[in-house]
Design a protein. Structure first.
Length: 281
């Protein structure tokens, strides 16, 4: 008699989760990427994790090149690059090449490097201070669990950017899609734009000056090029002298009913002057 076969699925191996996704692992010998769990399970945008997992060695980390691979637009891609750079995964360094020219090199860290200032060496013990001659007054007792009042932030130290300048800088990417600025870069350029507006330069003139005849390709960050162009922005042309206002129309009082221009009512030059009145010019 043949052995009976069961169509029931095999049981999950020991140690597998009883609910949720069960991963079927395959040992890969090539064409795979190692990603740290801290990055793979990063909370936030999935586009950021996808961009981080896609970037291979030697690939150009440009927004237009990444947009050709992903279906997301340049806004989401640029935001993902800024988040990776803020978290320490993406690093840009200015290095001098063999020919002596400066170039920007991009590094991607599997694990963000720890800043040297975050783990300082323990400081040596301080010498005991000399005791005062008189006994200091006791410190006032504070209620347990009461929160210490934090010093109020000085709004003058970090003034809000001018809304007019923010709109001009944000609209530059509409004219040239390469001119994408981060919030920090826009805040740094806003005072220069506000200064030009206060000096009488119109928003259209500023936009035209910043976007006309840009180099192809851009070999520097857009913020640096815009900062240089703002310094080189010429002052506005002086206002043309306004023409004097025309004299009002008057109707001749001599009976001809002719219209002429004069400061006050009277008679035209063709009518004889009335007694005691001068002829209008």
């Amino acid at each position: 008699m043949a052995e009976r076969q069961s169509n029931a699925p095999l049981r999950a191996p020991a140690g597998a989760p009883t609910s949720g996704v069960i991963h079927v692992r395959t040992r890969l010998a090539g064409d795979f990427t190692v990603i740290a769990n801290a990055l793979l399970q990063r909370r936030g945008s999935a586009v950021t994790v996808g961009v981080a997992g896609y970037i291979p060695d030697g690939a150009p980390v440009r927004i237009d090149a990444l947009c050709e691979h992903f279906t997301e637009g340049e806004i989401l891609i640029s935001r993902a690059l800024r988040e990776l750079e803020a978290d320490g995964y993406l690093e840009r360094r200015r290095e001098r090449g063999p020919s002596g020219r400066l170039r920007t090199r991009t590094f991607f860290h599997d694990v963000p490097p720890v800043p040297s200032g975050d783990d300082p060496e323990p400081s040596p013990p301080r010498e005991p201070a000399p005791e005062p001659d008189h006994e200091p007054a006791p410190a006032p007792a504070m209620e347990t669990g009461a929160a210490q009042p934090e010093p109020a932030a000085d709004p003058a130290a970090h003034p809000a950017p001018d809304p007019r300048a923010a709109v001009i800088l944000a609209s530059l990417r509409i004219v040239d899609r390469r001119l994408i600025l981060s919030r920090r870069e826009a805040d740094q350029l806003a005072p220069a734009v506000t200064q030009r507006l206060d000096h009488g330069v119109g928003p259209e003139d500023i936009t035209t000056h910043l976007t006309t005849r840009l180099p192809e390709p851009l070999r520097a960050r857009p913020a640096r090029i815009l900062a240089y162009r703002l310094r080189e922005l010429p002052p506005p042309l002086p206002d043309r002298p306004t023409a004097p206002a025309a004299l009002p129309w008057q109707t001749c009082d001599g009976g001809c009913e002719r219209a002429f221009r004069a400061a006050e009512p009277g008679r035209c030059r063709d009518c004889p002057p009335a007694a005691g009145l001068a002829t209008a010019c």
